[in-house]
Design a protein around this ligand. Structure first.
Ligand code: PHE
Length: 466
């Protein structure tokens, strides 16, 4: 338990860091293929439903747990100790929940990083290849280039380790000089690159087939196809909400733990969600799918990893200015992934620092080593199996999105809504510019959000078993 706490330097820096935490590969790499796979526009119905039922309430819950509980230790474990300190919460239930939540948050973060960091490495490698013309030779299929990239340790390891090194250095410098400074540079750049890419996308015309216009591509993602609206789509949508908002991992509470006791939660939390949705639906949804549609029509849109790393490079080398726009695209992905990975990295460093009393620099080096050890087997899969189907990576991604994040979310919402009850509403509104009304707290945080989370878990499990 440390008394000396770091704080955010400015409100703008804090919001950008929080938005950086949420806006990640999930917005640009995961969202487009989840939407395309699960019925295009129809996907948006369960998606926005989950945003309101789960996303916004859980975001507020996590900010609250983090700001209030952070002083008892970082991450999710601290907030649970905080429950224990509260009147009315039996020490035993708080301790059990705290242990569960802490272990789960730690496990999920490490698990996510075993594959997430690889994709960040690929984006850096591909940004480099875009800038230097590495995939511009039309005689070689971009699919083969990607397979070769992920199968050659000499290639993917270099960029992966560089990315991890940058992360380690950023975290070592601390909240203001490290995390906040990087977010202030990277977050606005993401939006600028995103807008430039949207302009390029919308001016592509119909280079291959007169029906394949960028607008037809936009229609593809926005027109609801009701027949595709089923349980699988709904589960995928809810999983995507958890993933994209960084909920259920302990990294939002960790960032919130650097707030001052009277800092606003409600408006800032909603602002973070809004910035994330802007980046996901507008930037994420307007770039990759319409570009791919303009060149390929409906085929090829459904592949996940393939959309960003195979279909798009293939298009960048055909379109005017493709090398520059390719560089923008992969740098955008890299910055998005990086500002999320910083949050995960910092969370584990904070745990080691506070729980084990180890210095930040040493803790950062320990996390670097941990990531290398755990990430190496995942990274070597493609090379060892001589395939590119990345079964381990997809399975991990599926588990994280479908279960693990959701279980932690459920623990948190029960802790806030049922163990802390009115105290939680009171602290949430303390210093907040907007106040959460009592009816919202009762309806959502006590009833709808936990019920929806339980239903989600039930159906995910059923889906998996059958
Ligand atoms: N929200 C971030 C993203 O969209 C980071 C994140 C990754 C959160 C994995 C949870 C799980 O990429």
């Amino acid at each position: 338990m440390s008394e000396k706490r770091e704080n955010w330097g400015s409100k703008l820096g804090m919001i950008l860091a929080m938005a950086g935490n949420a806006i990640g590969l999930g917005n640009f790499w995961r969202f487009p293929y989840q939407a395309a796979k699960n019925g295009g526009g129809a996907f948006m119905i369960p998606y926005f439903g989950a945003l309101i039922l789960l996303g916004i309430p859980l975001m507020l819950v996590e900010w609250n747990l983090g700001r209030e509980g952070g002083k008892y230790g970082h991450g999710t474990l601290g907030p649970m100790v905080y429950l224990q300190a509260r009147e009315g919460v039996k020490p035993k239930s708080a301790a059990v929940l705290g242990a569960l939540a802490g272990a789960l948050a730690f496990a999920v973060t490490v698990l996510v990083n075993s594959y997430y960091n690889h994709i960040i490495g690929w984006t850096l490698g591909y940004a480099w290849m875009s800038a230097t013309g590495g995939y511009m030779d039309k005689a070689v299929e971009t699919g083969d280039i990607f397979v070769k990239y992920i199968q050659s340790p000499g290639r993917f390891i270099v960029f992966w380790v560089i990315a991890l090194g940058f992360l380690g250095f950023a975290v070592m410098r601390g909240i203001q000089a490290g995390i906040e400074a990087w977010a202030k540079f990277m977050m606005p750049t993401i939006y600028i690159f995103g807008i430039l890419l949207i302009i390029r996308t919308l001016t592509l015309g119909a280079p291959v087939n007169p029906d394949w216009t960028p607008i037809a591509g936009l229609n593809y993602i926005w027109t609801p196809r009701w027949d595709a609206l089923n349980w699988t789509a709904a589960l995928a949508a809810a999983g995507q909400i958890f993933f994209t908002l960084s909920i259920g991992m302990g990294i939002i509470p960790n960032y919130a733990s650097y707030l001052k006791p009277e800092d606003d939660i409600v408006l800032s939390g909603v602002a973070t969600v809004s910035l994330n949705e802007l980046a996901e639906v507008i930037l994420g949804g307007t770039i990759a799918i319409p570009i791919a549609y303009t060149f390929l029509g409906e085929k090829g849109l459904k592949s996940g990893v393939g959309l960003s790393f195979i279909a798009l490079p293939n298009i960048f080398r055909q379109m005017a200015g493709g090398q520059i726009f390719g560089t923008f695209w992969f740098l955008l992905l890299f910055f998005a992934g990086f500002t999320s990975a910083i949050a995960m990295y910092n969370y584990i460093v904070a745990l080691i620092e506070e729980e084990l009393g180890i210095k930040k620099t040493t803790a950062s080096i320990m996390v670097f080593a941990l990531y290398i050890i755990l990430g190496l087997p995942v990274g070597l899969e493609a090379g060892l199996t001589k395939t590119a189907d990345l079964a381990v990576l997809s399975e991990l991604d599926n588990w994280v999105g479908s279960y693990l994040l959701v279980i932690l979310g459920l623990i948190e919402v029960i802790a806030c809504g049922w163990l802390m009850k009115d105290k939680a509403l009171e602290t949430m509104n303390k210093g907040s510019y907007w106040k959460v009304p009592k009816w919202f707290f009762t309806l959502f945080i006590q009833v709808l959000t936990p019920v929806a989370t339980i239903i989600l878990l039930f159906f995910s499990t059923k889906d998996y078993i059958s």
